[in-house]
Design a binder for this molecule. Structure first.
Ligand code: UDP
Length: 330
């Protein structure tokens, strides 16, 4: 029996593949390598290169393998890009989920763990955000992820496919030995950009807005280590295999850091100056996002091990200094 990890060559997916392999699961990876990297996939996993939306390709995978459950990471995930290309997001994310659930139903695979996001909440009514809070996305990325959650809900009602939606807040860090890490092209996320500046591959960081209603005027986000996320997926998979009901969990550290505080922490970790300038607000950015992740801690028994932002930056820095051009394939 294997766990199928769709999108297992991407940043978070590859850390989950690695973690499942290290914990002796049989892992099958599906990825079209549009943004992922073949070298990021743990060699113990069996890899099928192809597109989730290609039904005949997906049927081949399900014919060849005995799939016990699915972990789904294969989605576009960049807020500003989603504002410019919303239909690409609906096609890849929503239609991709449609095909996946259809094939799972065809092959009677009943469990799915899904990468959802804090972006499904939009501009929060209260901080910290609870799973029961209203989900009103402010950008197409969040809209597609919310639609995907709802599709799983109705597929559960109709076909009995159980799901766990893991709503991530801001993910950072890398496997501590620096062998896998974050490599997007172009990079849009704050911590890797900050570390590119520290490393000298970029001249400066533009901070998107300093007139938000926060302590220093810059956006506040809640950072969680990618290895802790990987473990949360394993726990969610086991939760479903134990016969529990569909559920949604926030995954964050429950502590907020402003963009300026992230830069300060990176200066401390790297010992570099990291020049910054203030630019305009980035469309679609909520002011503050902080998770209440009590539910994941109590129901899934999730115990984040790397619960501090300097460790997240340190591990990302180890990856960056060992692999200044990332995987070097794009
Ligand atoms: N950000 C920034 N400059 C950059 C990239 C990101 O100021 O070059 C800010 C962004 O506006 C947000 C925070 O960093 O307030 C985190 O953004 P990121 O894209 O990393 O993650 P998101 O919150 O969109 O998931």
């Amino acid at each position: 029996m294997s766990v199928l990890i769709v999108g297992g060559a991407g940043y978070i997916g590859s850390h989950a593949v690695d973690w499942f392999c290290e914990n002796n699961y049989e892992v099958v990876v599906v990825d079209n390598l549009s943004t992922g990297h073949k070298d990021a996939i743990n060699k113990k996993a069996k890899f099928y290169e192809g597109d989730l939306r290609d039904k005949s390709f997906m049927r081949r995978v399900f014919d060849n393998e005995v799939i016990d459950g699915v972990i789904h990471f294969a989605a576009f995930s960049i807020v500003p890009e989603s504002m410019k290309k919303p239909l690409d997001y609906y096609d890849n994310n929503v239609y991709g989920m449609n095909v996946l659930l259809e094939i799972m139903n065809e092959y009677s695979v009943k469990n799915i763990v899904f990468s959802s996001t804090a972006a499904t909440y939009g501009e929060p009514k209260q901080i910290p955000i609870k799973e029961t809070d209203p989900q009103v996305p402010t950008n197409p990325y969040g809209e597609t992820k919310l639609a995907m959650e709802k599709m799983m809900h109705w597929a559960d009602t109709a076909y009995g496919i159980k799901f766990v939606a893991l709503r991530y807040f801001n993910v950072g860090g890398a496997k501590p030995d620096g062998s896998i890490g974050e490599d997007h092209n172009p990079e849009t996320h704050l911590t890797p950009i900050v570390l590119d500046v520290a490393h000298g591959t970029r001249n400066e960081l533009t901070i998107f807005g300093n007139d938000y209603d926060t302590t220093d005027g810059t956006n506040v986000r809640d950072y969680v280590h990618v290895m802790d996320l990987a473990e949360a997926h394993r726990l969610a998979f086991e939760y479903l295999k134990a016969g529990n009901d569909s559920n949604a969990f926030n995954l964050g550290s429950s502590t907020g850091f402003s963009n300026l505080q992230i830069v300060e922490a990176a200066r401390k970790v790297t010992g570099k100056e990291i020049p910054t300038k203030i630019g305009p607000r980035r469309p679609g950015d909520p002011s503050t996002l902080i998770a209440d992740s009590t539910k994941a801690r109590t129901v899934l028994n999730w115990k984040p091990k790397y619960d501090n932002v300097e460790k997240i930056i340190q591990d990302a820095w180890t990856w960056e200094t060992k692999n200044p051009s990332g995987y070097g394939d794009k």
